[in-house]
Design a protein around this ligand. Structure first.
Ligand SMILES: Nc1ncnc2c1ncn2[C@@H]1O[C@H](COP(=O)(O)OP(=O)(O)O)[C@@H](O)[C@H]1O
Ligand SMILES: [Mg+2]
Length: 259
């Protein structure tokens, strides 16, 4: 079966600095894949290459078998990609439902854009229904800046979903969340996955990775060092060395190193 996303021999240089070095991996459709690795390994850069915020220096990006390497980022969104960012990028002075409606924009083409005033109430109803289906405990008219951080992270995910993506890229969705908020987020992401959205998740919290993702790709210094079952990632000598340093493989668990 064609993977929903594939990157093939992708490299990225910033001037003389090689940040991504010949990385290839696939994200199966309807799966939940984790992209992990130490700080500075290149995870966010990979997201920027997948979503077209950066151009690759070499290599190919395929979405559902189609070469999108040269497709601009706005068009990639229209093809079914959405992402959330490492730092929250909601509009703090707007309401919850207005923020979600902003996420609907990326699927609007010229004609829809022109009709937007007529469709506004329909779109608002759709955004409200999406918030309700995700069980987020907010009023649609709450102003985002008044809400707790954990709720804002969830709203950011709902906003990304408002464009009805097939592939959702999440960059450290649990950063800054307490254990209860993290557990709620995992439930929430499972629900999204069950609805048929393919997930690719950058995450430091290994317990989240283990409870959510079956497949993991590990980067270190811009190179892929592991690609396989999440269940065995903490036993891999190269992964242990990347997290714990040379000579430490086997002496301690990965969970302790990155938790
Ligand atoms: N726009 C850029 N210009 C120069 N270097 C960059 C740029 N973006 C990322 N890098 C470098 O690429 C490396 C990987 O960064 P990043 O992808 O953010 O890592 P991660 O998300 O895994 O922590 C870092 O050394 C970072 O400084
Ligand atoms: Mg990052």
């Amino acid at each position: 079966m064609t993977p929903l996303l594939e990157i093939r021999n992708v490299s990225k240089n910033f001037d003389a600095l090689k940040v991504i070095d010949d990385v290839s991996f696939s994200v199966p459709a309807n799966g939940r894949t984790a992209l992990i690795g130490p700080n500075g390994a290149g995870k966010t850069t990979i997201f920027n290459l997948i979503s077209g915020f950066y151009d690759v220096s070499s290599g190919v990006v395929l979405l559902d078998g189609m070469d999108i390497t040269k497709v601009p980022s706005r068009k990639r969104a229209a093809l079914g990609q959405a992402r959330s960012f490492q730092n929250i990028r909601l509009m703090p002075h707007l309401s919850v439902v207005e923020n979600v409606m902003l996420g609907q924009q990326s699927r609007a083409d010229g004609l829809k854009q022109a009709l937007l005033p007529l469709r506004a109430s329909h779109l608002r109803a759709e955004a409200e229904a999406q918030l309700e289906s995700m069980n987020i405990r907010v009023h649609p008219d709450d102003v985002v800046s008044s809400l707790p951080y954990g709720i804002r992270k969830q709203i950011e995910v709902v906003r990304a979903l408002a464009s009805k993506p097939r592939l959702l890229l999440l960059d450290e969705p649990a950063a800054g969340l307490n254990p209860a908020e993290t557990a709620a987020l995992v439930e929430f992401l499972r629900k999204i996955s069950d609805s048929g959205v393919t997930l690719l998740v950058v995450e430091h919290d290994m317990s989240l990775v283990r409870s959510l993702c079956d497949h993991a790709v590990v980067l270190n210094f811009g190179r892929k060092i592991y690609d396989g079952a999440t269940a065995h990632v903490h036993e891999d000598p190269q992964v242990l060395e990347a997290y714990l340093g040379p000579g430490h493989a086997g002496k301690a668990g990965l969970a302790g190193a990155v938790a």
